[in-house]
Each structure stands twice: as structure tokens, then as C-alpha cells.
Design a protein around this ligand. Structure first.
Ligand code: BES
Ligand code: MN
Ligand code: MN
Length: 461
């Protein structure tokens, strides 16, 4: 390992330069004006994977953003590992809240600030540099490595999902284990393997009242205000304890076992530190669950955006013609997005006031996941992390979603290894997203150790 650490240390500038190059391309999948940047990032990846890592790489066109695929040669009596990641990033808005240009990486205080620094460019870039290191020291890889990188994880992974419906494509991606670095570590210097993710189902509710904005003096008190209807309907979804009030919502939610609760309680997560970090003076949620249980193993309802009426300078005395909201449910394994859709619609229909029309639309949604902890690739990953961090990783369930992971796991029938290097305070999706240099280089080192450990696995073709 000494040689590895030395090589990484000697090549810090090169690794940073490579990472910064791809960070500068604003591959925002949600915004049309960045369509070309998304393609440019895919091109950058294909070039890097073929020129710097010598992999057979190509761009795969889809109806939407291209996929990037790469592979090294199959090795007899050694497994195939598929690395999944996403090269698209979230929009940088609100721009005015950034302390520096969101697409010009800068180092301050041992941290790299840039949109995508963590999510997910910094994380897969650690693997690119890890493989570069391995190849420089050993000449060839001990296992077959495949890459599938997509450009629309942040908007629902539609193209990759469709891609997986084809048997030939599944054959192309066939592997023994799926390696994903798009989650968090348990803390600085505290490695984690994520064995659970929540699903997510997104909705938009639009309520329409009068056929135009009305004078609130002439009509107030005699017309149902759609903004008030929206506020009431949304607040009916959840009570003060964070319990979702839609009938049958919890029917399929599985209770945590005592064993799992104990395991989650081993996490050094500090609720007070967490409150301080995000600037709140009290936590929220189901009182009988801990913060980490609420995040990782319980469903949640959140409003993501509210729009109605006059938002400009000064006041405007109106009854708005319409009001709308975007909101999501985070789901846990075994909850069916379709059932949630149906139950929510019936619930809203039952409380919709007369005089207001409702339009409820929803996105495809994805299910949650829990993976078993017994597989040999998980054990190999645990060994790799222990070698680098000097302690065993914590096994965690995280609240975020990576919509395609459950499907990849199912369709490829592969063991899933989620090893993330990020920290909760990296501000992913927020202004001033950052990735600590320590997280990045720890990721590069771990990547090398992972290839070494995967290479040691007994395997017969
Ligand atoms: N990398 C995140 C998910 C994540 C973050 C998992 C931290 C665990 C810890 C991913 O890029 C993400 O943001 N997913 C979205 C999916 C949505 C846009 C469909 C999410 O969770 O909101
Ligand atoms: Mn991500
Ligand atoms: Mn994300």
C-alpha cells in the first residue's frame, strides 16, 4: 500500500487538474441551455476512459442524454465489476448565494467548491484516478471493470431505465457486482457502506379557482381562494409529528428490527451538531424514531416548491386564479409508488373544497432498496475501507435516492456495493457545494484498495 499512497501523493496535482477540468463543464441536466454541456461531459468521459485508462469506451445515444459505456478485457477466473455514476449535476441556482463561480472549482480551507464537486463528479473521479494509479503500478487490472455513466440521474434516469429493458443491453452490462459511489461516508475518517436507499415519488398539484385573478375586496369571503385550498390540502397530508395522514399510506411499510435499530444506533451521528450545521433549533419527525431512523428507514413528505399569486414588490390585493405545489414522498422498500398515487388522489378528492378544480400529476418514481450485507463483494469492500481508514465501515441506510440502483440490481442480478466518500455537510444540491480534499484523496486510495480486494476474490468462471 505504501507505493500506492506515494504514487497518489506524487500525482495530486494531476488528479486535481483532471477533476477540475470536468467540473468546469456545467452539465446541468434539468436545463435545456446546458444540453451541449451535458454532451461535452459525456465526450470528456469517453476520451478519458479510452486515452487515460485504455478502456474500450463509447457514447451510447438515447432519446435524451447519452450514456457512457466502457470496459476493460474480461479476465479468466476473476469477477466483473460494473461502476455506475452520473455525470449530470443539479442546477446551481440561486447564483447569488455562491461565494464563488459555481462552475469554477476553487480550493478554500482544504475543500473544493463547485457544483458537482461531490455529486457525483468528485465521487466517480476518485475511481478514475484510482484506476489510473492501479494501472501505473501494476500495468493491468485484476478484474474486469465496466463503467456505465448516465447524464440524467438528477431528473429521473429515464434513458438508462429504458436501456435496461433490452436483453442485449443487460448482457452488455452483465457483472458480478455493482459499485456505486454516490452516497456519504459516516463522517470525516469514518467510512460507510450504504445498504439502504429510499425511493422517491414526485407530484405536482395545481388548484384552479376563478378564471382570472380577482380583486380580493370585491370578491373576498365569497370565492374559495385556491391558495388557501392548497395550503389546507397540503397541510392535511402530514401531522405535527411527521405522520403522513393519507389512508393506507403505511400499510406496506416494514418495521425496523431490533437488530437493525441497534446497528443504526452505533453511528456517531450527533443531532446537536446536525442542528447547528443547518441552522435549526429543533428537529422534526416521528418521536418514536431517531433522526437516522427517520431519514433512512421511514417515509417522508416534503413540499419542494409553492407558487401562487403575486410575488413581486409591494402588495397586490387579489384572489389568485390558481395555486400549485411540487412535492415528494420519500418511500421505503416494499412501498409501491402506484398505490401511493392512487391513495393520494382519493385523499385529495375527498378533501377538495367545492369551487376549486384539481389537477394532480406525478412523475414515474422509484422504489427504495435494502441490500443484504452478507455477499463477498461487500466483505471485500469492507476490507478495502478498513485498510485505508484503519477502522471497519459503518453499515448505513441513507435517506437519499438513486433511482436506477434498485433496477440495476434487479435486472443484472448483481450484488450492490455502495461506497460513498461524501459528507452530509458537503451541500449537495445547495449553493457552495464542496468536497473535502481529504474525501477525494481518501476516495482515490479506497478505489485502489477496492480493485486489489476484488482481485483477491475466489472466482471460477
Ligand atoms: N447522490 C444523490 C443521492 C444521495 C445523496 C444518496 C446522499 C445518499 C446520500 C443523488 O444524486 C440524488 O440527488 N438523487 C435524487 C434523485 C431524484 C432527483 C430523483 C434525490 O435523492 O433527490
Ligand atoms: Mn448523486
Ligand atoms: Mn443529486
Amino acid at each position: 500500500m505504501e507505493k500506492v499512497l506515494e504514487f497518489i501523493d506524487n500525482n495530486k496535482d494531476l488528479f486535481l487538474q483532471q477533476w477540475f477540468e470536468v467540473l468546469r463543464i456545467p452539465s446541468v441536466s434539468a436545463q435545456k441551455e446546458h444540453k451541449e454541456d451535458v454532451r461535452k461531459t459525456a465526450r470528456w468521459l469517453v476520451d478519458f476512459l479510452s486515452e487515460k485508462l485504455g478502456l474500450k469506451s463509447r457514447m451510447i445515444e438515447t432519446d435524451t442524454n447519452p450514456l457512457v459505456y466502457a470496459e476493460s478485457p474480461k479476465i479468466t477466473n476473476a469477477p466483473t465489476i460494473l461502476v455506475y455514476g452520473h455525470y449530470d449535476v443539479q442546477p446551481a441556482e440561486p447564483f447569488e448565494e455562491w461565494n464563488s463561480d459555481p462552475f469554477e472549482p476553487v480550493i478554500r480551507d482544504g475543500k473544493v467548491f463547485c457544483r458537482g464537486a461531490n455529486d457525483d463528479k468528485g465521487q466517480w473521479c476518485a475511481h478514475l484516478c484510482g484506476l489510473q494509479t492501479y494501472l501505473a503500478l501494476h500495468g493491468s487490472l485484476p478484474v474486469q471493470v465496466k463503467f456505465i455513466l448516465e447524464g440524467e440521474e438528477e431528473i429521473g434516469s429515464e434513458a438508462l431505465s429504458k436501456f435496461l429493458n433490452d436483453a442485449g443491453n443487460r448482457e452488455l452490462l452483465s457483472c458480478d457486482a455493482l459499485l456505486v459511489s454516490d452516497t456519504s461516508a459516516a463522517g470525516p475518517k469514518i467510512p460507510a457502506i450504504t445498504y439502504g436507499l429510499r425511493g422517491v415519488v414526485g407530484f405536482e398539484l395545481k388548484l384552479t379557482g376563478p378564471n382570472r385573478d380577482l380583486h380580493s375586496g370585491i370578491y373576498g369571503g365569497s370565492v374559495y381562494n385556491p391558495a388557501i385550498a392548497l395550503a389546507k390540502m397540503l397541510s392535511a397530508v402530514i401531522d405535527d409529528d411527521g405522520k403522513i395522514q393519507i389512508p393506507h399510506f403505511y400499510d406496506d411499510v416494514e418495521e425496523l428490527s431490533e437488530l437493525e435499530r441497534n446497528a443504526l444506533a452505533n453511528n456517531p451521528f450527533d443531532p446537536d451538531e446536525n442542528k447547528k450545521q443547518i441552522g435549526i433549533d429543533a428537529e422534526f419527525g416521528e418521536p418514536e424514531y431517531t433522526t437516522l431512523e427517520r431519514r433512512g428507514a421511514r417515509p417522508a413528505f416534503d413540499i419542494n416548491g409553492l407558487t401562487s399569486g403575486y410575488q413581486g414588490e409591494g402588495g397586490k390585493t387579489i384572489i389568485p386564479s390558481w395555486a400549485s405545489a411540487k412535492f415528494t414522498f420519500r418511500t421505503v422498500p416494499n412501498q409501491d409508488p402506484d398505490k401511493i398515487r392512487e391513495n393520494l388522489r382519493s385523499f385529495f378528492e375527498s378533501i377538495l373544497p367545492s369551487g376549486v378544480k384539481m389537477e394532480l400529476t406525478s412523475e414515474q418514481g422509484s422504489g427504495g432498496m435494502v441490500a443484504p450485507l452478507t455477499g463477498k463483494y461487500i466483505i471485500a469492500a469492507s476490507n478495502a475501507l478498513e485498510r485505508i481508514y484503519g477502522r471497519k465501515p459503518l453499515f448505513v441506510r441513507e435517506g437519499g435516492s438513486i433511482p436506477i440502483v434498485a433496477k440495476l440490481r434487479r435486472e443484472l442480478n448483481a450484488e450492490t456495493v455502495l461506497v460513498g466518500f461524501g459528507l452530509d455537510d458537503d451541500g449537495i444540491h445547495s449553493p457552495n457545494e464542496k468536497f473535502n480534499l481529504e474525501s477525494f484523496f481518501g476516495g482515490v486510495q479506497t478505489s485502489v484498495a477496492l480493485w486489489e480486494e476484488f482481485g483477491k476474490i475466489e472466482y471460477v468462471n
